[in-house]
Design a protein around this ligand. Structure first.
Ligand SMILES: [Cu+2]
Length: 89
């Protein structure tokens, strides 16, 4: 189980929290609580790239952030859905 502090819930077509700050080495887990499918895809300028598959209801996607920096990401199905993970050294 992911530590809840490192969890991002996808709910009502939004990432919650929209901005999460963690330490380098942390695994962040996104979980889709919506009935619609969503994805978690890093933006082009992010320090590392990640792309989930389409997450069905209740499905999760983990990613371990090894490099400090600011990672913006989005849902490729719904481009208005945006989030940020800030990774501190
Ligand atoms: Cu979406």
């Amino acid at each position: 189980m992911a530590n809840p502090a490192n969890a991002i819930k996808i709910n009502n077509f939004a990432f919650s929290p929209a901005t999460l700050t963690v330490k380098a080495g942390t695994t962040v887990t996104w979980t889709n609580a919506d009935s619609a499918p969503h994805t978690v895809v890093s933006d082009a300028g992010a320090p590392a790239q990640f792309t989930s598959q389409a997450l069905a209801t209740g499905s999760s996607f983990p990613f371990t952030f090894t490099q400090a920096g600011t990672y913006t990401y989005h849902c490729s199905i719904h481009p208005s859905m945006k989030g940020t993970v800030i990774v501190e050294p």
